[in-house]
Design a protein. Sequence first.
Length: 600
Amino acid sequence: KKIVTGAARGYSSYGNQIGLATGYVKEIYHPDYVAKRMEIGAVMGAAPRKDVKRLNSDPGDIIILLGGRTGRDGCGGATGSSKVHTTTSIDTCGAEVQKGNAPTERKIQRLFRRPEVSRLIKKCNDFGAGGVSVAIGELASGLTIDLDLVPKKYAGLDGTEIAISESQERMAVVIDPKDVKEFLAYAAEENLEAVEVAKVEENPRLVMNWRGKTIVDISRAFLDTNGAHQEANVSVEIPDEKANPFVQGDIEDVRGKWLDTLKDLNVCSQKGLVEMFDSSIGAGSVLMPYGGKYQRSETQVMVAKVPVLHGKTDAVTMMSYGYDPYLSSWSPYHGAIYAVLSSVAKIVAGGGDYKKIHFTFQEYFRRMSEDPGRWSQPFAALLGAYDAQLGFGLGSIGGKDSMSGTFNDIDVPPTLVSFAVDVANASHILSPEFKKPGNKIILLRAKRNEYDLPDYEYIKDQYAKFFEDVKSGRIVSAYATERSGVAEAIAKMSFGNMLGAKIEHNFDPRDFFAPGYGNIVAEVPGEYVGQLAITYTVIGEVTDDAKLSYSNTEISLDEALKVWEAPLEGVFPTTTQESVPSLPRPSPARGSPRDCGVYP
């Protein structure tokens, strides 16, 4: 609890201070993350094309370091997190955490948003893992870096510490010599410290000088080899067919199963966590984290208008994620494929066009060794992600990985999270809450083959038709199902406006609770059902009686809501137990200068 709540406070505090709207927050739970906590995120940004330059660094160009000062707290942050951790790590590695400086990061954002500044920058890099040695070292083939010029928080740092200290609030930019004075003036206007620390050279070598001595002098040709050539043997582990999560047994107690589903840590409400983050910054958010009149229907996609300095726009960006730790633990190959599929399905259910999607993947695996079996998970997962990209004809344009998810003999579950990003029109965006009693509830199924793998051609055809139905106004709400299937979707779609749902008697209970990665539950006005372009099954109807009805089972929405909200209330509370005393209302004298003439 301490780690979870502390991390949430840190994330939310930093994001809120730098003015970044957080449109989607979700914690993923699995017992094996006790080995090492996973923290990942993704941010959407936009800039006018005319203000973005893609140029090479030329000999004579100047590299300017701007932002926060360097200290020992930045030594070993991202690089340290990839080391082997043991019970003594808290004593030996506890200081390997860079101290954040949100106000400085905010200044950098303001500076880079100015078009007159961004047009001066030929190349730039942030100070992530590796500090100066990487951030500046990647900007040109030949470099001379003067470490004495790097601004420091305090005296006493040696050359190595200055070279490797990390910081999220520093940037290195390549500037033409004639533009240096102008750039430094702009930085001063934002109260940002900016210093010339390096120069691009003709000779392709990375040189670092400190206190009059050359402490690094490495050939770029050597650096470009990325070290010695390595190979590894892989022994691929085959999934246990008997534990196939797609195969469901008979459901005898529908009511109990439904309530147990809502209690699941990966299904239950995380509103207390979400409320720590400001999703309204910038007034550009199209979807709030929870939709409906009562703000209880969990949205699955982050949607915000493209930030424009002048005028109005209907262009929006969309971002979603896909990943199930339990499916990935059974089969990393299937887990990666359905991570990609789920991220696509959420974009589609939110009103996006799947054809415009691009991905970025983030991976997290157990520590590798010479054991061929330990290479099975990343090999299978990456193969699955590649298969999904080929199947959809969509590319992943970035990613990040860590192979350090082991603590003693405990390994994290194989993790490949797919982030899908898209651009769309605000008028096409769907929120997930049921809108009107009497509307039909339909199910679009993502077909699987005999190996429980997606039928990509069928799914692409259906997703394209779904988008046409959205544009024509025939679909008014939608929710992409995951591990807990239709049962989770129906309940969450009901909570937002406290509208009930009556499920058809002939709908198989096994299908109701079965994993449905890629499936979409949608709400359609009755008069449009026959006009839908997609292939669908009518599974129920929206009602106004505030209860969930299926076969002989009825659950009031109040009961379902109570069960859904309870599991994490003690960790991320949504209410306070403190009583706030009421203050007496002032009674201004009639006719006084502050008297507005309106009385209760």
